[in-house]
Design a protein around this ligand. Structure first.
Ligand code: IPD
Length: 259
């Protein structure tokens, strides 16, 4: 195991313990950009632990986090973290939230680890080395995207963010796509949905209005599982892209035509 992956695993282990200490227990909730945008004691404590572990191991790397000001963004290696993706699920006591840890090299996916504390599952990938997942202490399983090649047979997850504008776009796109596909689920955790595409459980995931920390770790995981992550032009995502589509690589063109 590389030092980078070892560090990401150590950070994920620490985050996992903190998340389970607070989940369905006592913590404080505050709002951020609007009343739907939440941060909890658990987000902040996990953020601190992740930053400490990463900075100790790699003092010259940059760090971008959902919950703290960015540092060293001009470095060759930049870590991108979301201490809890799916914070509102966390506050509802739902198990669909994940800790997301990515490492970008020159702005490209280099490593991704996503831990789901309440589901006891972890997904990870390093560029060129494949994507894996494991449940508890079971042996790791290689992740492989699905083989579905028609929209008619596709299971999707389509998401939206906290802004009313994004929700309006969601309603419009659901009207267009829903009649053409097999099933759609809404989980409100981008990392949960991306990892399900990587695992082959869902054929595509689309979200309007997400941030780099919502997709950076899964960018590596989805690609290494054989899938594609693109913006709505069909290009590889830019770090500032907010509308992201992840697919099994077989339904991308059909979807982009509709979008
Ligand atoms: C949110 C989730 C959600 C996505 C939102 C994100 P957060 O992350 O990933 O699925 O639609 O745009 O903000 O705020 O819970 O970390």
């Amino acid at each position: 195991m590389t030092k980078q992956l070892r560090t990401a695993f150590a950070a994920a282990d620490a985050a996992n313990k903190i998340a389970l200490k607070y989940w369905r227990s006592n913590y404080q909730v505050k709002t951020k950009a609007n009343y739907r945008d939440l941060v909890t004691t658990a987000d902040l404590e996990i953020n601190e632990a992740l930053c400490k572990i990463i900075a100790r191991a790699f003092p010259n790397h940059g760090i971008i986090s959902e919950e703290a000001p960015a540092t060293g963004t001009g470095q060759e290696y930049v870590w991108v973290i979301d201490p809890i993706d799916g914070t509102s699920n966390f506050t509802m006591g739902l198990p669909t939230f994940g800790v997301s840890i990515a490492l970008l090299k020159n702005g490209q996916p280099h490593l991704g680890v996503v831990d789901f504390p309440a589901l006891n599952e972890r997904y990870w990938a390093e560029a060129g080395k494949g994507a894996f997942m494991k449940r508890g202490n079971a042996r790791p399983i290689r992740c492989q995207v699905s083989n579905t090649n028609t929209l008619k047979q596709s299971n999707s997850s389509i998401g939206f963010c906290t802004s009313t504008k994004s929700r309006q776009r969601y309603i419009n796109i659901i009207k267009k796509i829903f009649p053409k596909i097999k099933a759609n689920r809404v989980h409100y955790s981008a990392v949960f949905d991306f990892c399900n595409v990587a695992r082959g459980g869902m054929d595509f995931y689309l979200n309007y209005g997400i941030h780099l920390w919502d997709f950076a770790a899964c960018w590596c995981i989805v690609q290494e599982a054989g899938g594609e992550m693109v913006n709505l032009k069909g290009d590889s995502p830019d770090l500032k892209d907010a509308d992201i589509l992840a697919t099994n690589g077989q339904v991308t063109k059909q979807l982009l035509k509709i979008l």
